[in-house]
Design a protein around this ligand. Structure first.
Ligand SMILES: NC(=O)c1ccc[n+]([C@@H]2O[C@H](COP(=O)([O-])OP(=O)(O)OC[C@H]3O[C@@H](n4cnc5c(N)ncnc54)[C@H](O)[C@@H]3O)[C@@H](O)[C@H]2O)c1
Length: 329
């Protein structure tokens, strides 16, 4: 039984706390959040203890592992403090808002010896993972093109956008990791940002984007993002190979279809939002983390994966601003 603490009792903290509490090999021991009664409220939902200071988590002998779900600028400090205290860490994405912060902590990050995994939960989505496994099994021959579509149902408040690090660090980061998951190292990034939302434009960000990534293998990934989508949380993936193609479609609560005088084959909305759509992925991500910690094996996503995804986000940001492709080493 892995005794786990959650740092940050916000949106993702609630997802992780619920997932841990329901997991047969995990116990939610402690929830930490300095603001108001956030920690107490979340801890009470699952019969855990609560605290306000992260230092209390790191010093607690009844905590084996820590899930870092605090705001992004705190990820590196919380990850390092937890690891130095001997705790295993499952840290949310992105690792930081700026590569400068990664570089400043590089020596300490390199020296971490406890298991650290990053929250690229979409790798664990059963449909995306099945596409990846089928590609690896050679079912479509050599992979030539990967297309990832990820559109949110509605844009977050502009106040969130202002501190998010921009669409590529905040949203596309999942898709950069997914592209690396399928294609390995990326050598070229070309991004086009869109400004169709005046509020988001005034905040200095793009509300939608299309990114092309060329892999060292020559294969190309196309990522299509939008902060809003009238038809809901649109999460699809297509892998096209020399001998065939694989498609992961949107997921609905049921398979019921309606036909009448106005519509034929109308279906329920897509599962909405990340909490519901990726519930299985968060559960399987946690299982992979627990398995690695207990078996003493390397977790499936690493600090290196987090840094490489952030590097792609920074390259995409530069490309979208300059209009030029960015070449990577
Ligand atoms: N993997 C995913 O699907 C996913 C989804 C959402 C968010 N995230 C990531 O999770 C992180 C948090 O995002 P969110 O949407 O939950 O934000 P949020 O604002 O809802 O929650 C963050 C929480 O951290 C708390 N906090 C602030 N300072 C703290 C401190 N010093 N110690 C402990 N807690 C502190 C805040 O009070 C808040 O409750 C971000 O890095 C985000 O990118 C990942």
């Amino acid at each position: 039984m892995l005794r786990i603490a959650v740092i940050g009792a916000g949106r993702i903290g609630h997802v992780h706390a619920k997932t841990i509490a329901a997991h047969p090999q995990a116990e939610l021991t402690l929830v930490c959040d300095p603001i108001g009664t956030a920690a107490e409220d979340l801890a009470a939902l699952h019969g855990a203890r609560a605290c306000k200071e992260a230092e209390e988590v790191f010093a607690d002998p009844e905590v084996d592992a820590v899930v870092v779900g605090s705001p992004t600028p705190l990820h590196i400090p919380h990850l390092l403090a937890a690891a130095k205290a001997g705790k295993a860490v499952l840290c949310e994405k992105p690792i930081a808002l700026d590569m400068k912060d990664v570089e400043a902590a590089r020596a300490e990050l390199d020296a971490v010896t406890t298991p650290v995994m990053f929250g690229f939960n979409r790798r664990f989505d059963p449909s995306f993972a099945a596409v990846r496994a089928a590609v690896a099994d050679g079912r479509i021959g050599e992979l030539e093109q990967l297309t990832i579509i990820s559109r949110d149902p509605a844009a977050p408040p502009v106040e969130y956008i202002k501190v998010s690090g921009g669409i590529f660090r905040d949203m596309t980061i999942h898709d950069f990791d997914m592209a690396r998951f399928f294609l390995g190292d990326i050598v070229e990034v070309h991004a086009v940002g869109q400004n169709l939302d005046e509020g988001i434009k005034a905040a200095g960000d793009f509300d939608a984007a299309v990114v092309t990534l060329k892999a060292a293998s020559g294969a190309v990934a196309t990522i299509i993002n939008n902060r809003h989508c009238a038809s809901g949380y649109d999460q699809r993936l297509e892998a096209s190979g020399r001998d065939g193609a694989l498609f992961a479609e949107n997921i609905r609560a049921t398979t019921v279809r309606l036909s009448n005088a106005e519509v034929t084959d109308a279906q329920e909305p897509y599962l909405d939002f990340f909490l519901e759509r990726y519930a299985d992925a968060y559960r399987l991500e946690l299982s992979a983390f627990i398995e690695a910690v207990e078996a003493g094996t390397t977790p499936p996503t690493s600090i290196d994966d987090a840094i490489k995804a952030l590097r792609l986000a920074e390259a995409a940001t530069a490309s979208a601003k300059s209009g030029q492709p960015v070449l990577l080493d």
